[in-house]
Every structure is written in C-alpha cells, then in structure tokens.
Ligand binder design. Structure first.
Ligand SMILES: [Zn+2]
Length: 467
C-alpha cells in the first residue's frame, strides 16, 4: 500500500514520456547569432535539470547566510537544556539531602539559565540545606522582588522566622501572604495558628471563620479551637477581675465543646463559686457522658466537699451513671467509697477497674487505691506495699496530657504546648505515641525546603506548613 503513490508517480512519468515520444517535434532557439535545434524531449530534460540546479543553488546560499544565526540558536538551546537538567538534578539533590551537590547544581543552573524565578528557589533550598540561613534568607528576599516568586519567598521567610522563634515577624509575613493569596488554605491555617499563639483572640476568631469556610481547618477542630479560645479569654477575664465576663465566656466555651474537659471544669468551678450548684453539676455530668476524666471527678467532688461522705457517694453514683462501665466511673466511685469507709463497695469498684491479683497490668492509680484500701480496712501493710510495688513494675501506662504535635507531656492542660508552642494540641491519651502532624493538610511535596523545629516543615505548593 505504501508503494502505491510512488508507483503512481512512475506511471505518470512513463505515460508522459510515451506521450512525448508518440508526438515528436522540434525546438529551435535563436539568440544573438546562436541557434540551437533539438527535440522536445531533450528540451524538457534540460529545463528540468536547470530548475533542479537553481533550487540547489538557492538552498546553498540560504544556508551560507543563515548559518551563524542557526548555530547561535542551537548553542543557546543546548545551554538551556543543560540548565534545566542542572535545575532538575539540583531539586533531586535537595530532596535527597545532598547539600554539596545541591549547591553546585544551583550555581550551575543559575549560570546556564537566565531565569532567576526558577533558580532562586533552588539556590535558597541549597543554602538552607548547607545550614547557611543568611544566604537562604537573602534568596527568599530576592524572591519577594518578583511577582511570580513573591508568595514562595514569603513562605520561605515565614518558616525562617518560625525557626528563629520570631513569631511576630512570622505573623507579619503571613498577613502579607494572606493579602497576596487570601484563599490559600495553608496561609489561613498558619495565620490562625500564629494569631492564637500570640493571644490575638479577636483576629484569630475571624481567621478561623474564614479558614473553616475554606476547609483549611476541619469543622470539628475549628469548633474545638473556638472553645479553647473562649476558655482562654475567660481565664484572662478572671485574671483581670471581670468575674461576669469570665463566667459568660466559660459557659460559652463549655456549650461549644461539652466534652472538652478543662472548659467543663472551669465552667463548673465558676458556677459553683456563684452558688449555682445545679447547672455546675449538669455541666460536669454532660462532660462525663462524653469524656470521663479525673479532673471532672475532682471538680464534681469540690461541689459537694461540705457534704457528708455517704451523701457524696450518692452524688458520685449519679455521675457514674452517666457512663456506667467506664474505668473512670469505677475509680471515682471507689475513691468516694474509700472516703465514706465503705470497704466492700470500694473493693468492688476497684476490682471492676482491674484491681485484682490476677490482672497483670492494673493501672498505677488503681494500685495506689488498692494499697490505700488494704491499709485502711485491715491495716495490712505488707499487702499495701505489694500493691505499691506493682505501681512501679506495672507495664500499663496512665494516660496523660500529651501534645499531639511533639508528643511532649504536660502536668495539666494548656492551650499552648510548652515544648513546641502548638495551639490546642494537648490531648488526654497514653504518652509515647508517634506525633501526628498538627495541620493535617501538611503532606510534603518534593522538594521539601527543610524541616524546621520539632514538627515544622515547609512545603511547596498550596499545602500547609507545619507550624
Ligand atoms: Zn508540642
């Protein structure tokens, strides 16, 4: 099939030759005393030959004239290709953490490519990788000069400021990033985090609303952040001697996140102090249903501290009924029974909480209560000591206030992690778990610029930097 056009051309040529041969004729050319007599076939052949020669000559002249320009163009193209190769390899070197190679390739790409927007980023990353923060900062600042790299440069400078612990500067830069791209999720999430860290509750609230709308902060987290902010504002109001504001804010925080233990405790404390026993009790009972916690039991006990032990037991039975089979319910009842000297009752609840000889991993808290019981009921000091010894050897761990960002522990709940300054990252759980990224959209793309701080990374693209 492919030979068909060629065959067709050959056939046409043969037909033309036959046509000419069948109709012979003569051509005479007279010019300036010259005369040429020839056949029509020779004339056609000669004219074709001349045309081909002219075409070849024209082609040759064109090559001769345009040659140097084409050569320069080809050379420039080769340079560009080498530049892009250096840029790509440099990015790979950054991703692989090869500092020396990254620096070399960044310089090479910079020389070969006359496109600063492309090479500035690589140069900045290479400088960071080499630990040259000053040079990295200069590159990021140079990126601010060009509209196409301004946003990326801001991002680099934000991370740099965070690494230096300069949260005010980071906040200033993030505000500028928000002006540039107000819809970018990581900008909103970071801006909120920084405003919350610096206690700018009004601004943080507005940013959180926007961030939740843009899905930069998931809905349950945004609700909880809001409750934490109200809780903090309530504490500030208490410190400023504004008890009515404090009570109002605490009630709001508690209502927004009824299972959030510190807010429930604070609300109940303030209500109790104002003589409002019933709403105080209800707040703790509601929190107990969602999230039983020793702090809630303690706050509950404080409400009834003047009552007789037997009456207190009744109160705690109401509390425990909100979450009957929970370990904390049994422990709370056992503690109340111990205070009321109801040994059988205390033993029953401690057994239900794992305080038996057979249990190989009772919780240390249960062991301590068992020791207390053995001593108080029978004055059985060896048995009490045995239980206390189990506290030390038991493999079971107690839950604690642990930062979900850096896994650091704190004695009590705080809105800012004292180790990594993450906002609202302290949660009640078993310690020693793998840290989870706080701003969950933080999936690192290549090339990562650098990991900053305990759980801080910069990410290229529209994903969140971990603060
Ligand atoms: Zn932390």
């Amino acid at each position: 099939m492919r030979a068909l056009p060629a065959l067709f051309v050959v056939a046409v040529l043969i037909a033309a030759a036959v046509y000419v041969a069948d109709r012979p004729g003569a051509v005479s050319l007279v010019w300036q005393g010259w005369r040429i007599d020839t056949s029509i076939a020779v004339m056609i052949f000669a004219v074709s030959l001349l045309a081909m020669l002219a075409a070849a000559l024209f082609h040759f002249i064109r090559k001769l004239v345009g040659g140097p320009r084409a050569f320069i163009r080809a050379r420039r193209e080769r340079r560009r290709q080498r530049g892009y190769r250096a840029l790509t390899q440099g990015m790979v070197a950054v991703a692989a953490g090869d500092a020396v190679e990254a620096k070399r390739l960044a310089r090479q790409a910079d020389v070969l490519l006359a496109e600063p927007p492309l090479t500035l980023l690589l140069s900045a990353q290479a400088a960071q990788l080499n630990g040259d923060q000053r040079a990295a900062e200069n590159y990021f600042k140079a990126m601010l000069e060009r509209p196409e790299t301004e946003f990326l440069g801001l991002r680099g400078l934000i991370m740099q400021a965070l690494k230096d612990g300069d949260e005010d500067e980071a906040l200033r830069l993030t505000r500028r990033a928000k002006e540039l791209r107000p819809k970018t999720p990581w900008v909103l999430a970071s801006l909120f985090e920084l405003q919350a860290r610096t206690g700018k509750w009004g601004e943080a609230e507005a940013t959180l609303t926007l961030a939740a709308k843009r899905k930069a902060v998931p809905e349950p987290a945004s609700k909880r952040h809001r409750a934490v902010m109200l809780h903090e504002q309530s504490r500030v109001a208490s410190a400023d001697d504004r008890p009515r504001d404090a009570a109002r804010l605490a009630a709001k925080a508690n209502a927004l996140a009824p299972g959030f233990v510190p807010a429930a405790v604070r609300n109940a404390d303030l209500l109790g102090a104002a003589g409002q026993q019933r709403p105080a009790r209800k707040a703790i009972e509601a929190a107990w249903r969602l999230n039983p916690h020793p702090d809630l039991a303690a706050a509950y006990g404080k409400l009834f501290q003047d009552e007789r032990p037997l009456e207190r037991i009744k109160r705690f039975e109401t509390l425990a009924a909100q979450n009957r089979d929970n370990l904390e319910s049994h422990i709370a009842l056992a503690e109340a029974a111990l205070k009321a000297r109801l040994w059988g009752e205390a033993r029953r609840h401690l057994a239900a909480a794992g305080g038996t000889e057979r249990n190989t991993a009772p919780s240390p808290r249960v062991c301590r209560l068992m020791a207390e019981l053995e001593e108080a009921e029978h004055n059985d000091l060896p048995a009490a000591r045995l239980w206390l010894a189990r506290t030390a050897s038991t493999p079971a761990q107690e839950p604690a206030w642990v930062c979900s960002s850096c896994s650091g522990e704190t004695a009590s709940w705080m809105s800012l992690c004292p180790h990594c300054r993450s906002f609202d990252s302290i949660e009640w759980r078993l310690p020693g778990h793998i840290p989870m990224p706080r701003l969950d959209a933080a999936t690192e793309m290549t090339p990562p610029i650098q990991v900053l701080g305990p759980a801080t990374g910069i990410v290229i693209g529209d994903t969140a930097p971990r603060l």
